[in-house]
Ligand binder design. Structure first.
Ligand SMILES: Nc1nc2c(c(=O)[nH]1)N[C@H]1C(S)=C(S)[C@@H](COP(=O)(O)O)O[C@H]1N2
Ligand SMILES: [Mo]
Length: 512
Protein backbone atom coordinates (compact mmCIF):
# COMPACT_ATOMS: atom_id res chain seq x y z
CA UNK A 1 0.00 0.00 0.00
CA UNK A 2 1.33 3.43 -0.90
CA UNK A 3 0.10 6.91 -0.14
CA UNK A 4 -1.23 8.30 -3.36
CA UNK A 5 -0.28 11.66 -4.79
CA UNK A 6 -3.87 12.63 -4.10
CA UNK A 7 -3.08 13.23 -0.44
CA UNK A 8 -0.42 15.77 -1.35
CA UNK A 9 -2.84 17.59 -3.60
CA UNK A 10 -5.47 17.57 -0.90
CA UNK A 11 -2.94 18.88 1.62
CA UNK A 12 -2.16 21.82 -0.63
CA UNK A 13 -5.82 22.71 -1.03
CA UNK A 14 -6.47 22.52 2.72
CA UNK A 15 -3.40 24.68 3.46
CA UNK A 16 -4.59 27.24 0.90
CA UNK A 17 -8.09 27.32 2.35
CA UNK A 18 -6.78 28.00 5.84
CA UNK A 19 -4.76 31.02 4.71
CA UNK A 20 -7.74 32.41 2.81
CA UNK A 21 -10.05 31.81 5.77
CA UNK A 22 -7.69 33.50 8.23
CA UNK A 23 -7.11 36.53 6.03
CA UNK A 24 -10.88 36.84 5.52
CA UNK A 25 -11.50 36.65 9.26
CA UNK A 26 -8.79 39.18 10.06
CA UNK A 27 -10.17 41.51 7.36
CA UNK A 28 -13.57 41.26 9.01
CA UNK A 29 -12.26 41.89 12.51
CA UNK A 30 -10.27 44.91 11.32
CA UNK A 31 -13.27 46.20 9.32
CA UNK A 32 -11.22 46.05 6.14
CA UNK A 33 -13.65 45.85 3.21
CA UNK A 34 -11.29 44.28 0.75
CA UNK A 35 -10.01 40.93 1.89
CA UNK A 36 -7.11 40.02 -0.45
CA UNK A 37 -9.18 38.00 -2.98
CA UNK A 38 -11.52 40.98 -3.42
CA UNK A 39 -8.56 43.21 -4.23
CA UNK A 40 -7.38 40.61 -6.73
CA UNK A 41 -10.81 40.39 -8.34
CA UNK A 42 -11.02 44.17 -8.66
CA UNK A 43 -7.50 44.33 -10.08
CA UNK A 44 -8.35 41.68 -12.67
CA UNK A 45 -11.31 43.80 -13.69
CA UNK A 46 -9.15 46.92 -13.89
CA UNK A 47 -6.39 45.41 -16.00
CA UNK A 48 -8.75 43.53 -18.33
CA UNK A 49 -8.71 44.88 -21.88
CA UNK A 50 -11.36 47.56 -22.44
CA UNK A 51 -13.11 45.45 -25.04
CA UNK A 52 -13.51 42.56 -22.63
CA UNK A 53 -14.80 44.81 -19.84
CA UNK A 54 -17.27 46.40 -22.22
CA UNK A 55 -18.42 43.02 -23.47
CA UNK A 56 -18.90 41.77 -19.92
CA UNK A 57 -20.73 44.92 -18.87
CA UNK A 58 -23.31 44.60 -21.61
CA UNK A 59 -23.60 40.83 -21.90
CA UNK A 60 -23.13 39.56 -18.38
CA UNK A 61 -24.36 42.54 -16.35
CA UNK A 62 -23.79 41.82 -12.67
CA UNK A 63 -22.97 38.18 -13.52
CA UNK A 64 -19.56 39.37 -14.76
CA UNK A 65 -18.49 39.31 -11.12
CA UNK A 66 -19.60 35.75 -10.66
CA UNK A 67 -17.51 34.76 -13.67
CA UNK A 68 -14.42 36.41 -12.19
CA UNK A 69 -15.04 34.75 -8.80
CA UNK A 70 -15.40 31.31 -10.36
CA UNK A 71 -12.21 31.91 -12.36
CA UNK A 72 -10.28 32.90 -9.23
CA UNK A 73 -11.69 29.93 -7.31
CA UNK A 74 -10.70 27.43 -9.99
CA UNK A 75 -7.26 29.00 -10.40
CA UNK A 76 -6.59 28.93 -6.65
CA UNK A 77 -7.76 25.34 -6.25
CA UNK A 78 -5.39 24.21 -9.00
CA UNK A 79 -2.55 26.38 -7.67
CA UNK A 80 -2.93 25.10 -4.11
CA UNK A 81 -3.08 21.48 -5.29
CA UNK A 82 0.12 22.06 -7.28
CA UNK A 83 1.73 23.61 -4.23
CA UNK A 84 0.82 20.45 -2.31
CA UNK A 85 2.61 18.41 -4.97
CA UNK A 86 5.63 20.71 -4.80
CA UNK A 87 5.79 20.11 -1.06
CA UNK A 88 6.24 16.43 -1.80
CA UNK A 89 9.66 17.16 -3.32
CA UNK A 90 10.77 19.99 -1.06
CA UNK A 91 9.02 22.04 1.59
CA UNK A 92 10.83 25.05 0.13
CA UNK A 93 9.32 24.59 -3.32
CA UNK A 94 5.86 24.83 -1.82
CA UNK A 95 6.86 27.90 0.16
CA UNK A 96 8.02 29.41 -3.13
CA UNK A 97 4.57 28.80 -4.61
CA UNK A 98 2.88 30.43 -1.65
CA UNK A 99 5.25 33.40 -1.84
CA UNK A 100 4.27 33.84 -5.49
CA UNK A 101 0.54 33.79 -4.68
CA UNK A 102 1.11 36.08 -1.71
CA UNK A 103 3.02 38.50 -3.93
CA UNK A 104 0.13 38.64 -6.40
CA UNK A 105 -2.32 39.32 -3.58
CA UNK A 106 -0.04 41.96 -2.04
CA UNK A 107 0.41 43.72 -5.38
CA UNK A 108 -3.37 43.78 -5.84
CA UNK A 109 -4.06 45.06 -2.34
CA UNK A 110 -1.47 47.86 -2.27
CA UNK A 111 -2.43 49.18 -5.71
CA UNK A 112 -6.16 49.57 -4.94
CA UNK A 113 -7.09 53.26 -4.83
CA UNK A 114 -8.63 52.75 -1.38
CA UNK A 115 -5.52 51.07 0.07
CA UNK A 116 -4.62 51.75 3.69
CA UNK A 117 -1.72 50.19 5.65
CA UNK A 118 -4.12 48.23 7.83
CA UNK A 119 -4.91 46.04 4.82
CA UNK A 120 -1.44 44.52 5.06
CA UNK A 121 -2.42 42.76 8.29
CA UNK A 122 -4.80 40.20 6.70
CA UNK A 123 -2.12 39.46 4.10
CA UNK A 124 0.51 38.75 6.73
CA UNK A 125 -1.93 36.73 8.86
CA UNK A 126 -2.96 34.63 5.88
CA UNK A 127 0.64 34.03 4.84
CA UNK A 128 1.69 32.95 8.34
CA UNK A 129 -1.32 30.60 8.44
CA UNK A 130 -0.18 29.12 5.11
CA UNK A 131 3.35 28.46 6.41
CA UNK A 132 2.22 26.90 9.68
CA UNK A 133 -0.43 24.72 8.03
CA UNK A 134 1.96 23.66 5.29
CA UNK A 135 4.58 22.61 7.83
CA UNK A 136 2.14 20.69 10.00
CA UNK A 137 0.24 18.93 7.22
CA UNK A 138 3.19 18.03 5.04
CA UNK A 139 4.94 16.76 8.17
CA UNK A 140 2.03 14.39 8.76
CA UNK A 141 1.70 13.16 5.19
CA UNK A 142 5.46 12.66 4.86
CA UNK A 143 5.56 10.70 8.07
CA UNK A 144 2.80 8.47 6.78
CA UNK A 145 4.61 7.97 3.48
CA UNK A 146 7.83 7.03 5.27
CA UNK A 147 6.09 4.45 7.40
CA UNK A 148 4.36 2.96 4.39
CA UNK A 149 7.64 2.93 2.42
CA UNK A 150 9.47 1.19 5.26
CA UNK A 151 6.90 -1.58 4.94
CA UNK A 152 8.07 -3.59 7.94
CA UNK A 153 5.86 -5.44 10.35
CA UNK A 154 7.09 -3.45 13.32
CA UNK A 155 5.48 -0.16 12.20
CA UNK A 156 1.79 -0.14 11.51
CA UNK A 157 0.82 2.67 9.07
CA UNK A 158 -2.65 2.98 10.60
CA UNK A 159 -1.44 5.32 13.29
CA UNK A 160 0.31 7.76 10.97
CA UNK A 161 -2.55 7.59 8.51
CA UNK A 162 -4.94 8.61 11.27
CA UNK A 163 -2.60 11.36 12.30
CA UNK A 164 -2.58 12.73 8.77
CA UNK A 165 -6.36 12.69 8.47
CA UNK A 166 -6.75 14.27 11.89
CA UNK A 167 -4.33 17.06 10.93
CA UNK A 168 -5.92 17.67 7.54
CA UNK A 169 -9.38 17.61 9.11
CA UNK A 170 -8.34 20.06 11.83
CA UNK A 171 -6.81 22.50 9.33
CA UNK A 172 -9.83 22.20 7.03
CA UNK A 173 -12.18 22.69 9.99
CA UNK A 174 -10.24 25.76 11.11
CA UNK A 175 -10.45 27.18 7.61
CA UNK A 176 -14.23 26.68 7.54
CA UNK A 177 -14.60 28.14 11.05
CA UNK A 178 -12.54 31.19 10.09
CA UNK A 179 -14.67 31.71 7.00
CA UNK A 180 -17.92 31.43 8.95
CA UNK A 181 -16.65 33.69 11.75
CA UNK A 182 -15.40 36.18 9.21
CA UNK A 183 -18.80 36.19 7.55
CA UNK A 184 -20.83 36.76 10.71
CA UNK A 185 -18.77 37.94 13.67
CA UNK A 186 -16.63 40.51 11.97
CA UNK A 187 -19.04 41.55 9.29
CA UNK A 188 -19.31 45.32 8.98
CA UNK A 189 -22.38 44.77 6.84
CA UNK A 190 -24.38 43.68 9.92
CA UNK A 191 -23.62 46.94 11.69
CA UNK A 192 -24.53 48.94 8.64
CA UNK A 193 -27.85 47.09 8.33
CA UNK A 194 -28.52 48.00 11.98
CA UNK A 195 -27.73 51.65 11.18
CA UNK A 196 -30.21 51.48 8.32
CA UNK A 197 -32.95 50.08 10.55
CA UNK A 198 -32.41 52.72 13.24
CA UNK A 199 -32.01 55.66 10.90
CA UNK A 200 -34.68 58.39 10.99
CA UNK A 201 -34.56 61.47 8.82
CA UNK A 202 -37.64 63.38 9.94
CA UNK A 203 -38.50 65.27 6.78
CA UNK A 204 -38.56 62.20 4.54
CA UNK A 205 -42.01 61.24 3.31
CA UNK A 206 -43.36 58.02 1.87
CA UNK A 207 -44.00 57.99 -1.86
CA UNK A 208 -47.44 57.90 -3.40
CA UNK A 209 -47.28 57.57 -7.15
CA UNK A 210 -49.17 60.49 -8.74
CA UNK A 211 -52.61 59.61 -10.05
CA UNK A 212 -52.67 58.91 -13.74
CA UNK A 213 -48.94 58.19 -13.99
CA UNK A 214 -49.55 54.50 -14.52
CA UNK A 215 -51.46 53.69 -17.68
CA UNK A 216 -54.13 51.05 -17.62
CA UNK A 217 -52.34 48.32 -19.55
CA UNK A 218 -51.91 44.96 -17.81
CA UNK A 219 -48.28 43.85 -18.05
CA UNK A 220 -46.68 47.30 -18.24
CA UNK A 221 -43.78 47.73 -15.81
CA UNK A 222 -44.74 49.69 -12.69
CA UNK A 223 -44.28 53.46 -12.99
CA UNK A 224 -42.61 53.47 -9.58
CA UNK A 225 -39.89 50.82 -9.60
CA UNK A 226 -39.82 48.89 -6.31
CA UNK A 227 -36.36 49.12 -4.74
CA UNK A 228 -35.84 45.35 -4.96
CA UNK A 229 -36.48 45.42 -8.71
CA UNK A 230 -34.39 48.52 -9.39
CA UNK A 231 -31.46 47.63 -11.65
CA UNK A 232 -27.99 47.52 -10.09
CA UNK A 233 -24.80 48.49 -11.90
CA UNK A 234 -21.45 48.99 -10.28
CA UNK A 235 -17.86 47.81 -10.44
CA UNK A 236 -17.48 46.82 -6.81
CA UNK A 237 -17.05 43.18 -5.78
CA UNK A 238 -18.11 43.84 -2.20
CA UNK A 239 -20.25 46.92 -1.64
CA UNK A 240 -18.69 49.39 0.79
CA UNK A 241 -20.17 49.06 4.27
CA UNK A 242 -20.15 52.59 5.66
CA UNK A 243 -21.47 53.39 9.13
CA UNK A 244 -23.52 56.57 9.31
CA UNK A 245 -21.26 57.91 12.06
CA UNK A 246 -18.18 57.28 9.91
CA UNK A 247 -19.44 58.87 6.70
CA UNK A 248 -17.87 62.19 5.73
CA UNK A 249 -17.97 64.06 2.46
CA UNK A 250 -15.21 66.43 1.45
CA UNK A 251 -15.97 69.15 -1.06
CA UNK A 252 -12.74 70.76 -2.21
CA UNK A 253 -10.69 71.74 -5.25
CA UNK A 254 -11.52 74.89 -7.18
CA UNK A 255 -13.71 76.38 -4.46
CA UNK A 256 -13.66 79.38 -2.14
CA UNK A 257 -14.60 77.35 0.93
CA UNK A 258 -13.56 73.75 1.39
CA UNK A 259 -16.20 71.78 3.25
CA UNK A 260 -16.26 68.59 5.27
CA UNK A 261 -19.73 67.29 6.05
CA UNK A 262 -20.91 64.57 8.39
CA UNK A 263 -24.24 62.83 7.78
CA UNK A 264 -25.90 65.09 10.37
CA UNK A 265 -24.33 68.20 8.82
CA UNK A 266 -25.73 67.09 5.49
CA UNK A 267 -29.35 66.38 6.44
CA UNK A 268 -29.41 69.50 8.66
CA UNK A 269 -29.46 71.51 5.43
CA UNK A 270 -32.97 70.32 4.71
CA UNK A 271 -34.45 67.56 2.62
CA UNK A 272 -35.73 67.82 -0.92
CA UNK A 273 -37.75 65.03 -2.51
CA UNK A 274 -38.50 64.14 -6.10
CA UNK A 275 -39.44 61.43 -8.55
CA UNK A 276 -36.35 60.80 -10.67
CA UNK A 277 -35.74 58.21 -13.38
CA UNK A 278 -32.18 56.87 -13.44
CA UNK A 279 -30.72 54.93 -16.31
CA UNK A 280 -27.53 53.32 -17.44
CA UNK A 281 -25.63 54.26 -20.57
CA UNK A 282 -25.21 50.51 -21.18
CA UNK A 283 -28.94 50.00 -21.54
CA UNK A 284 -29.69 48.38 -24.88
CA UNK A 285 -32.69 49.50 -26.91
CA UNK A 286 -35.67 47.95 -25.11
CA UNK A 287 -33.49 47.02 -22.12
CA UNK A 288 -34.27 47.22 -18.44
CA UNK A 289 -31.31 49.16 -17.00
CA UNK A 290 -33.68 51.99 -16.12
CA UNK A 291 -35.85 52.64 -13.08
CA UNK A 292 -37.94 55.34 -11.46
CA UNK A 293 -38.00 56.02 -7.73
CA UNK A 294 -38.92 58.57 -5.08
CA UNK A 295 -35.66 60.02 -3.82
CA UNK A 296 -35.07 62.12 -0.71
CA UNK A 297 -31.86 64.03 -0.22
CA UNK A 298 -30.08 67.33 -0.03
CA UNK A 299 -29.93 69.66 -3.01
CA UNK A 300 -26.46 69.92 -4.52
CA UNK A 301 -27.07 73.42 -5.88
CA UNK A 302 -27.13 74.86 -2.35
CA UNK A 303 -24.16 72.88 -1.10
CA UNK A 304 -21.99 73.71 -4.09
CA UNK A 305 -22.99 77.39 -3.91
CA UNK A 306 -21.85 77.33 -0.28
CA UNK A 307 -18.51 75.92 -1.39
CA UNK A 308 -18.31 78.61 -4.08
CA UNK A 309 -16.81 77.16 -7.29
CA UNK A 310 -14.10 79.18 -9.03
CA UNK A 311 -14.91 80.68 -12.44
CA UNK A 312 -12.81 78.16 -14.36
CA UNK A 313 -14.49 75.11 -12.78
CA UNK A 314 -16.80 73.10 -15.04
CA UNK A 315 -16.78 69.62 -13.48
CA UNK A 316 -16.93 67.73 -10.23
CA UNK A 317 -14.80 64.63 -9.85
CA UNK A 318 -16.79 62.40 -7.52
CA UNK A 319 -15.13 59.53 -5.70
CA UNK A 320 -16.83 56.63 -4.02
CA UNK A 321 -15.55 54.95 -0.88
CA UNK A 322 -14.38 52.02 -3.05
CA UNK A 323 -12.33 54.28 -5.31
CA UNK A 324 -14.70 54.43 -8.30
CA UNK A 325 -14.79 57.87 -9.89
CA UNK A 326 -16.97 59.88 -12.24
CA UNK A 327 -16.68 63.36 -13.72
CA UNK A 328 -19.95 65.28 -13.57
CA UNK A 329 -20.63 68.56 -15.37
CA UNK A 330 -21.00 71.34 -12.80
CA UNK A 331 -23.85 73.07 -14.63
CA UNK A 332 -26.54 70.40 -14.16
CA UNK A 333 -25.46 69.93 -10.53
CA UNK A 334 -26.21 73.60 -9.80
CA UNK A 335 -29.14 74.60 -12.03
CA UNK A 336 -32.84 74.46 -11.19
CA UNK A 337 -33.12 70.67 -11.39
CA UNK A 338 -33.13 68.57 -8.25
CA UNK A 339 -29.59 67.25 -8.41
CA UNK A 340 -29.13 65.82 -4.94
CA UNK A 341 -27.13 63.84 -2.46
CA UNK A 342 -29.80 61.20 -1.92
CA UNK A 343 -30.16 59.49 1.45
CA UNK A 344 -33.50 57.72 0.96
CA UNK A 345 -34.99 55.77 -1.92
CA UNK A 346 -38.73 55.03 -2.09
CA UNK A 347 -39.16 56.29 1.47
CA UNK A 348 -36.52 53.99 3.00
CA UNK A 349 -32.82 54.56 3.69
CA UNK A 350 -30.80 53.67 0.59
CA UNK A 351 -29.95 49.99 0.49
CA UNK A 352 -26.26 49.19 0.76
CA UNK A 353 -26.26 48.11 -2.91
CA UNK A 354 -27.82 51.39 -4.03
CA UNK A 355 -25.18 53.46 -2.22
CA UNK A 356 -25.91 53.70 1.51
CA UNK A 357 -25.55 56.07 3.26
CA UNK A 358 -25.30 58.74 0.54
CA UNK A 359 -25.29 58.70 -3.27
CA UNK A 360 -25.53 61.36 -5.92
CA UNK A 361 -28.31 61.78 -8.48
CA UNK A 362 -28.42 64.28 -11.33
CA UNK A 363 -31.63 64.08 -13.39
CA UNK A 364 -30.88 64.06 -17.10
CA UNK A 365 -27.43 62.45 -16.94
CA UNK A 366 -26.57 58.77 -17.27
CA UNK A 367 -25.49 57.08 -14.04
CA UNK A 368 -21.87 56.55 -15.10
CA UNK A 369 -21.16 60.31 -15.13
CA UNK A 370 -23.28 61.34 -12.19
CA UNK A 371 -24.95 58.87 -9.87
CA UNK A 372 -21.97 58.10 -7.61
CA UNK A 373 -22.93 55.57 -4.93
CA UNK A 374 -21.13 55.60 -1.54
CA UNK A 375 -19.88 59.08 -2.44
CA UNK A 376 -17.21 60.44 -0.07
CA UNK A 377 -15.32 63.05 -2.08
CA UNK A 378 -16.22 65.82 -4.51
CA UNK A 379 -13.40 67.71 -6.15
CA UNK A 380 -14.57 70.77 -8.00
CA UNK A 381 -12.34 70.90 -11.06
CA UNK A 382 -12.43 71.14 -14.83
CA UNK A 383 -12.86 68.38 -17.41
CA UNK A 384 -9.48 68.99 -19.02
CA UNK A 385 -7.75 68.14 -15.74
CA UNK A 386 -9.46 64.87 -14.82
CA UNK A 387 -9.91 61.25 -15.79
CA UNK A 388 -12.69 59.10 -14.42
CA UNK A 389 -13.30 55.36 -14.26
CA UNK A 390 -15.37 54.92 -17.42
CA UNK A 391 -13.99 57.81 -19.45
CA UNK A 392 -10.52 56.24 -19.37
CA UNK A 393 -12.20 53.17 -20.88
CA UNK A 394 -13.60 54.86 -23.95
CA UNK A 395 -16.93 56.19 -22.70
CA UNK A 396 -17.89 59.79 -23.42
CA UNK A 397 -16.89 62.53 -21.00
CA UNK A 398 -20.37 63.98 -20.80
CA UNK A 399 -23.36 61.67 -20.63
CA UNK A 400 -26.67 63.46 -21.20
CA UNK A 401 -29.51 60.95 -21.43
CA UNK A 402 -30.66 60.22 -24.97
CA UNK A 403 -34.35 60.06 -25.78
CA UNK A 404 -35.67 56.51 -25.63
CA UNK A 405 -38.88 54.52 -25.60
CA UNK A 406 -39.81 50.94 -24.88
CA UNK A 407 -42.65 48.52 -25.56
CA UNK A 408 -43.65 46.37 -22.57
CA UNK A 409 -46.91 45.01 -24.01
CA UNK A 410 -47.21 42.99 -26.16
CA UNK A 411 -44.12 41.07 -25.17
CA UNK A 412 -41.80 39.86 -27.86
CA UNK A 413 -43.05 36.58 -29.36
CA UNK A 414 -46.40 36.80 -27.58
CA UNK A 415 -49.68 35.68 -29.17
CA UNK A 416 -52.74 37.84 -28.83
CA UNK A 417 -56.27 37.57 -30.18
CA UNK A 418 -56.95 39.44 -33.39
CA UNK A 419 -59.09 42.56 -33.13
CA UNK A 420 -58.46 45.49 -30.82
CA UNK A 421 -55.33 45.10 -28.72
CA UNK A 422 -53.99 47.37 -26.00
CA UNK A 423 -50.26 48.12 -26.05
CA UNK A 424 -48.13 50.03 -23.60
CA UNK A 425 -44.67 50.89 -22.38
CA UNK A 426 -42.59 53.85 -21.34
CA UNK A 427 -40.48 56.66 -22.77
CA UNK A 428 -37.95 59.04 -21.25
CA UNK A 429 -35.68 61.95 -21.78
CA UNK A 430 -35.03 63.22 -18.30
CA UNK A 431 -34.99 66.94 -17.72
CA UNK A 432 -36.32 67.61 -21.21
CA UNK A 433 -39.54 65.66 -20.98
CA UNK A 434 -41.56 63.67 -23.47
CA UNK A 435 -43.97 65.54 -25.75
CA UNK A 436 -45.48 62.52 -27.46
CA UNK A 437 -45.02 58.83 -28.20
CA UNK A 438 -45.94 57.22 -31.50
CA UNK A 439 -46.34 53.63 -32.58
CA UNK A 440 -46.20 52.03 -35.99
CA UNK A 441 -47.70 48.66 -36.83
CA UNK A 442 -46.03 46.62 -39.58
CA UNK A 443 -44.12 49.61 -40.88
CA UNK A 444 -47.28 51.70 -41.30
CA UNK A 445 -47.88 55.33 -40.36
CA UNK A 446 -46.83 56.60 -36.94
CA UNK A 447 -49.89 57.01 -34.76
CA UNK A 448 -49.91 58.85 -31.44
CA UNK A 449 -50.26 57.02 -28.15
CA UNK A 450 -51.90 58.37 -25.01
CA UNK A 451 -49.48 59.44 -22.28
CA UNK A 452 -49.69 58.99 -18.52
CA UNK A 453 -49.50 62.10 -16.37
CA UNK A 454 -46.09 62.77 -14.85
CA UNK A 455 -45.11 65.13 -12.04
CA UNK A 456 -42.05 66.56 -13.85
CA UNK A 457 -39.78 66.22 -16.84
CA UNK A 458 -37.31 64.20 -14.77
CA UNK A 459 -39.24 60.94 -14.88
CA UNK A 460 -40.20 58.49 -17.52
CA UNK A 461 -43.70 58.58 -18.89
CA UNK A 462 -45.93 55.62 -19.67
CA UNK A 463 -47.84 55.35 -22.93
CA UNK A 464 -50.87 53.37 -24.07
CA UNK A 465 -52.22 52.70 -27.54
CA UNK A 466 -55.11 50.70 -28.96
CA UNK A 467 -54.54 49.02 -32.30
CA UNK A 468 -56.56 46.93 -34.71
CA UNK A 469 -54.67 43.81 -35.65
CA UNK A 470 -55.61 41.13 -38.14
CA UNK A 471 -54.77 37.49 -37.85
CA UNK A 472 -51.11 36.76 -38.56
CA UNK A 473 -47.61 37.94 -37.62
CA UNK A 474 -46.96 41.56 -36.77
CA UNK A 475 -44.24 43.97 -35.82
CA UNK A 476 -44.80 46.94 -33.53
CA UNK A 477 -42.39 49.86 -33.26
CA UNK A 478 -42.27 52.81 -30.92
CA UNK A 479 -40.62 56.21 -31.00
CA UNK A 480 -40.74 59.24 -28.73
CA UNK A 481 -40.62 62.98 -29.37
CA UNK A 482 -39.08 65.22 -26.76
CA UNK A 483 -40.47 68.52 -25.52
CA UNK A 484 -37.49 70.08 -27.30
CA UNK A 485 -38.75 68.67 -30.62
CA UNK A 486 -36.13 65.90 -30.70
CA UNK A 487 -37.60 62.98 -32.65
CA UNK A 488 -36.13 59.66 -31.54
CA UNK A 489 -33.97 58.35 -34.36
CA UNK A 490 -34.33 54.90 -35.86
CA UNK A 491 -30.61 54.77 -36.62
CA UNK A 492 -29.13 52.02 -34.49
CA UNK A 493 -25.94 52.79 -32.59
CA UNK A 494 -24.10 50.87 -29.93
CA UNK A 495 -24.19 51.79 -26.23
CA UNK A 496 -20.49 52.75 -26.44
CA UNK A 497 -19.50 55.61 -26.14
CA UNK A 498 -22.58 57.57 -25.06
CA UNK A 499 -25.74 55.46 -25.17
CA UNK A 500 -27.69 53.37 -27.69
CA UNK A 501 -30.10 54.75 -30.26
CA UNK A 502 -32.70 53.02 -32.40
CA UNK A 503 -36.38 52.11 -32.19
CA UNK A 504 -37.57 49.33 -29.97
CA UNK A 505 -39.73 46.84 -31.83
CA UNK A 506 -41.49 43.62 -30.92
CA UNK A 507 -42.79 40.82 -33.07
CA UNK A 508 -46.01 39.14 -32.04
CA UNK A 509 -48.75 37.13 -33.63
CA UNK A 510 -52.52 37.47 -33.58
CA UNK A 511 -54.89 34.53 -33.83
CA UNK A 512 -58.64 34.39 -34.35
N1 LIG B 1 -19.46 53.83 -6.52
C1 LIG B 1 -20.05 53.58 -7.70
N2 LIG B 1 -21.10 54.33 -8.09
C2 LIG B 1 -21.71 54.09 -9.27
C3 LIG B 1 -21.26 53.07 -10.12
C4 LIG B 1 -20.14 52.30 -9.70
O1 LIG B 1 -19.66 51.40 -10.40
N3 LIG B 1 -19.57 52.58 -8.48
N4 LIG B 1 -21.90 52.83 -11.31
C5 LIG B 1 -22.69 53.92 -11.88
C6 LIG B 1 -23.55 53.48 -12.96
S1 LIG B 1 -22.77 53.04 -14.42
C7 LIG B 1 -24.91 53.51 -12.87
S2 LIG B 1 -25.87 53.24 -14.23
C8 LIG B 1 -25.58 53.80 -11.58
C9 LIG B 1 -26.52 52.68 -11.21
O2 LIG B 1 -27.10 52.93 -9.96
P1 LIG B 1 -27.93 51.78 -9.26
O3 LIG B 1 -27.04 50.58 -9.18
O4 LIG B 1 -28.34 52.33 -7.94
O5 LIG B 1 -29.11 51.51 -10.15
O6 LIG B 1 -24.65 53.95 -10.53
C10 LIG B 1 -23.50 54.68 -10.85
N5 LIG B 1 -22.76 54.88 -9.64
MO1 LIG C 1 -24.35 52.82 -15.93
Amino acid sequence: MRTSRGWWWLSGVVVGALGLGISYLVSGLLRVRESPPVAVAESIRDISPDGLVEWAKTNLGMADKLVVWIGIFVFLTVAFAAIGQLARSRWWFAVGGLVALGAIATAAVVTRPSFVDLQLVPLVAGFVAWLVALTVITGAVRQWELVVAADDDATDPTHSRRRFFATAGAVGGLAAAAAVLGRFAGNPREEVERDRRLLRVDEVTKPTAPRGAKVDVPGVQPWQTPTDDFYLIDTTFVPPAIRVKDWVLRIHGKVQNEMTLSYDDLVARGITEDWITLNCVSNQVGGDLVGNAWWSGVRLAGLLAEAGPDDDADAVLQTSEDGWTCGTPLGPMMDDRNAMLAVYMNGEPLTVEHGFPVRTLVPGLYGYVSACKWVVDMEVTSFDEIEAYWTTRGWAEEGPVKIASRIDVPGSGESVSAGTIVCGGSAWKQHTGIESVEVSLDGGAWTPATLGRVPSDDTWVQWRAELEVEEGDHELRVRAIGKDGDVQTGVETDVLPNGATGWHSVEFSASA
